[in-house]
Design a protein around this ligand. Structure first.
Ligand code: AAL
Length: 410
């Protein structure tokens, strides 16, 4: 995207100024001519003197004209009733997107019990994270407010299997009358250097039974090298690919006749950058919902983000980027499902959103009408809640009267 190219340009300019004392031959950044920009555009952007453009004004001039304010809105979060109301001593988190089958909503989620011990003690028997020692459960509701917990959908595997320690953070896909659950898996023991994988189970019905594939459908890249044997995930000889440590938050979308498995990668020796944790997303593509899934050579396809929240938008894929990285708080669009560009800033989006995809009207904020999210009561316990998203088309003071609403798009 142009704006980002310009940001890169600004960084280059800064770098060349910094280094100009010692390296007078540093390459010059491209100088752009903005003198032909229309007066209307300058007025809109509030730029008076085109001969004295600040770096911010130059970036604004580089924003594509196609950007609209259809992503301007606000979120609120509410408690659920019934079995998904907060229950002491129980963790319910990372809700999937919603299914709506025969008048009932379905949600799949991670469930575990008891507090988190962390990594200080006996990792063979302790619970190291709230999402450790989870199974995947599901609940149904007629109105989306009062939920009945139906039971487990996918249980941890037998001892020795790749999923014997925890199965969690599920996402559901319905395709041609079949239901596919993909989810994270951990094999015991769970220490800070443990690599996790992604498993898949499918069923003829949203109520199961879900049949697990014998092998994971996605694994971390194996080209990183730990330094020493101390349990320290930041100590590496070589970091490896962006997903050399963990593949998280899987979500499969049928797209262009194939199956796009979006996921979050964590890298061995994870760094902190100018946007917080260094978290990036990737995609792996298959011809068949059961795989094999092949990682895109273009990975990583984001430079920021956390939990995957993707949906079909018009002819492409939209991705909500939250929590980590310089581009957090944005929605990004890729016509090809791979090359994502920022469409808007979208602050305040709830985390780990389970979308209600049937609300998707291809009109920006519509997809966020309502859905599910989770809340941290504290580090040990999380519960599932409902969010609502409301589009805004103007900004007014209390009791302010306006003759006409400002234009919804720029
Ligand atoms: C979440 C997700 C994944 C992680 C953990 C549980 O935010 O990114 O699901 O493993 O935290």
């Amino acid at each position: 995207m142009k704006a980002i190219k310009f940001l890169a340009g600004s960084v280059l300019i800064g770098a060349s100024i910094l280094s100009s004392c010692t390296k007078p031959t540093a390459p010059q950044a491209e100088v752009k001519d903005y003198t032909h920009v229309s007066q209307e555009k300058l007025d809109f952007l509030g730029i008076t003197d085109v001969n004295h453009l600040s770096a911010a004004s130059k970036r604004a001039l580089d924003w594509p004209d196609s950007l609209t304010n259809e992503w301007f809105g606000e979120f609120s979060v509410q408690d659920l009733k019934g079995d998904l109301a907060y229950e002491e001593g129980v963790v319910r988190r990372d809700p999937s997107a919603l299914l709506h089958v025969d008048g009932k909503y379905y949600v799949y989620y991670s469930k575990s019990v008891g507090k988190t011990d962390g990594f200080g003690g006996d990792i063979e028997n302790d619970k190291v994270f709230p999402w450790d020692r989870c199974d995947i459960w599901y609940a149904t509701s007629e109105d989306g407010w009062t939920w009945k917990e139906e039971g487990p959908a996918v249980l941890r595997g037998d001892k020795g299997k790749f999923d014997d320690r925890s199965v969690f953070t599920p996402e559901i896909m319905e395709h041609e009358g079949k239901y596919y659950l993909c989810y994270q898996t951990i094999k015991s023991p769970y220490d800070v250097r443990t690599k996790n994988q992604v498993g898949l189970a499918w069923s003829e019905s949203p109520n199961g039974p879900f049949k697990k594939l014998e092998e994971p459908i996605l694994s971390p890249a194996n080209n990183g090298v730990w330094k020493g044997t101390t349990q320290d995930r930041f100590l590496v000889e070589k970091k490896g690919d962006f997903d050399s440590h963990k593949v998280h938050d899987p979500c499969i979308i049928p797209f262009k006749g194939k199956f796009y498995l979006y996921y979050k990668g964590e890298q061995m020796g994870e760094a902190i950058t100018f946007g917080g944790r260094q978290i990036r997303h990737g995609v792996a593509i298959a011809d068949n919902p059961l795989g094999p899934y092949v990682k895109s050579p273009y990975n990583p396809i984001s430079n920021s983000g956390h939990e995957i929240c993707v949906w079909k938008h018009k002819d492409g894929i939209m991705s909500l980027i939250t929590t980590d990285g310089p581009e957090k708080g944005t929605v990004q669009f890729a016509a090809d499902g791979i090359n994502f560009n920022i469409m808007a800033s979208i602050p305040g989006a709830p985390h780990a959103m389970g979308l209600n995809r049937e609300l998707n009207n291809n009109e920006g904020f519509g997809i966020f009408g309502w859905g599910l999210t989770h809340k941290y009561v504290n580090y040990d316990y999380q519960h599932i809640r409902r969010f609502a998203g409301k589009r805004k088309t103007s900004h007014k003071a209390k009791n302010e009267q306006t003759a006409k609403q400002p234009k919804a798009t720029r």
